[in-house]
Design a binder for this molecule. Structure first.
Ligand code: FAD
Length: 489
């Protein structure tokens, strides 16, 4: 039986472990923290429960698949509800918009609120579907970097030339052309942030993301996002995967350009196969110091990070739901601050996630657990303490203005997480949420592959490598890695 070491118990690492163990490999997972899940974890304070990282759950079928391939019913481990309302949007001039899950309802609301013809919106969703259908199998579900008969440079050239994919314009340009109405353009521009990019730089193909929400739906896991991690962790343990916590891997041991083991707590442990779920930058810099690093790949600008205020709020807001967005007035300048000036604008877009809307036990009676987040640049040594101080004041002012309530007076619990904390908790380079940003049209090709030609038996999964960050793509990276390993071993 071949022995596999997985470095990191992030969801990509756990998903690779489940797949490989179920195929007959003997898998051990080494995790630096004393808990599984990496960014997908939770905590409690003063009677409030908070999901620490991800809050939006799409494509649950990728989680379910892990249970199905091991002959189990995912519902015995993990359950979730489908949301009718995807998000509530608030604009500074008092306009509010309820984004319904059903495309027809969304379009009807867009007509009522923004005076945009229903057909314009429904055509946009249709185009978004075409983009997804044409590219998902190629770019997301396979190892992009292993050229085979169906994917060669000719095919890629052809794809770039397909005008329906909108690869050669920015997302903002595509939205301005197809939607026109400025507020609705801003709303569709926001999808660039789903992988930590700017709508004014990321290619128009990102307009496929609304299809994921509108067609596949958005969900809320019973018990909170953390249940995704816990159900997968329990399944992995049941299958016999061994987990070692507080076990930071110090080096990947190689011999004649083959990975042959890892070093943990100064001990060398032999393995046939090594899978790194750690961010690809520290994987090279710290774990493979003697090997030549792919400098061009590692130098790709990072995606945005986050500044989060976890607030216990002693009030219940009727007009808020699970996901709520309070838009900045000048979106373009906000992104210019994040990606060019590398700081935070005084009027940031604020996202509030309130799980107690769907899971009342997450907050005391009559109260709400607010995960209040703004997009910020990755950590390149900014003065975060001063950024946090002014951002906190500006966020509270904005929310008090738009919700007609003194928010400061309602905060009875507070915990703050910034890019430095995200970096130190998960070893993500610069605390970026999604590895490299997708701020240019070649980004998909510049992500690190899931394997390394010059070091045999070494594989990579997680948000910093192909196909990218976010829960669904991380789960797919675990799948791609397990398929690559099965082919070669
Ligand atoms: P990570 O979660 O990055 O975990 C990597 C693990 O490896 C960590 O546990 C770390 O301790 C461990 N590790 C690193 N180095 C070593 C070592 N040397 N030895 C041992 N262990 C090591 N995604 C969504 O889909 N929806 C969202 O709404 C969303 N919102 C987000 C909000 C925030 C605030 C954050 C932080 C992220 C968000 N994301 C969201 C992104 C999502 O969380 C990530 O893409 C995903 O969880 C990353 O998983 P991963 O497998 O790459 O590993």
């Amino acid at each position: 039986v071949k022995k596999v070491a997985v470095i990191g118990a992030g969801i990509a690492g756990i998903s690779a472990a489940i797949r490989l163990q179920s195929k007959g490999y003997k898998v051990s997972v080494f995790e630096a923290n004393n808990y599984p899940g990496g960014k997908l974890t939770a905590f409690e304070g003063k009677g409030y429960r908070f999901d620490m990282g991800p809050s939006l759950f799409t494509m649950p079928q990728f989680v379910e698949e892990l249970f199905e391939i091991t002959g189990r019913n995912s519902k015995d481990y993990f359950d979730y509800i489908r949301k009718d309302v995807v998000c509530n949007y608030f604009f500074e001039d008092g306009t509010t918009f309820t984004a319904h899950a059903k495309p027809e309802d969304f379009a009807a609301e867009a007509e009522a609120v923004f005076n945009v013809d229903k057909k314009v919106v429904l055509d946009y969703f249709e185009r978004s579907k075409t983009k997804y259908d044409l590219t998902a199998g190629l770019f997301l579900e396979k190892s992009l970097h292993q050229f085979s008969t169906y994917l060669n440079s000719q095919t890629i050239k052809a794809i770039f030339n397909l005008s329906v994919l909108d690869i050669n314009s920015t997302l903002n340009e595509v939205n301005e052309k197809l939607i026109k109405e400025p507020k609705l353009v801003q709303l569709f521009n926001r999808f660039a942030t789903y992988n930590g990019s700017s709508p004014y730089l990321t290619p128009g193909i990102m307009s496929m993301i609304p299809h994921l929400e509108q067609h596949f739906g958005t969900y809320f896991p019973k018990g909170g996002m953390h249940q995704i991690t816990m159900s997968m962790y329990n399944l992995a343990k049941e299958l016999g995967v061994e987990f070692y916590f507080e076990s930071k891997v110090e080096e990947i041991i190689t011999d004649r350009n083959r990975a042959v083991g890892i070093k943990v707590k100064n001990k060398t442990l032999p393995f046939d196969i090594v899978v790194s779920n750690a961010d690809v930058v520290p994987t090279y810099r710290k774990l493979l110091p003697k090997h030549k690093a792919p400098e061009k790949t590692l130098a790709q600008p990072r995606s945005s990070s986050a500044l989060i205020f976890y607030w216990g709020i002693k009030h219940s807001f009727e007009n808020l739901d699970l996901h709520n967005i309070f838009f900045s007035e000048d979106y373009k300048t906000e992104f210019d601050y994040i990606f060019n000036k590398k700081t935070v604008h005084h009027d940031p877009t604020v996202y509030i996630n309130i799980t107690s809307k769907d899971e009342p036990t997450d907050a005391p009676d009559g109260c709400e657990n607010w995960f209040t987040m703004i997009n910020v640049p990755s950590n390149t040594g900014q003065n975060w303490d001063s950024i946090i101080e002014s951002a906190r004041t500006n966020v509270i002012k904005k929310l008090s203005r738009l919700l007609h309530k003194d928010i400061e007076a309602l905060i009875e619990y507070e915990f703050v997480l910034d890019p430095r904390g995200i970096e130190s908790k998960t070893q993500s380079y610069q605390g970026a949420l999604y590895g490299a940003s997708s701020n240019n049209k070649f980004a998909a090709f510049l992500r690190h592959p899931n394997f390394k030609r010059s070091i045999k038996n070494l594989y990579f999964c997680g948000g910093s490598v192909h196909p990218g960050g976010g829960i669904p793509l991380c789960l797919l990276s675990g799948k791609i890695v397990s398929e690559l390993i099965e082919i070669s071993h």
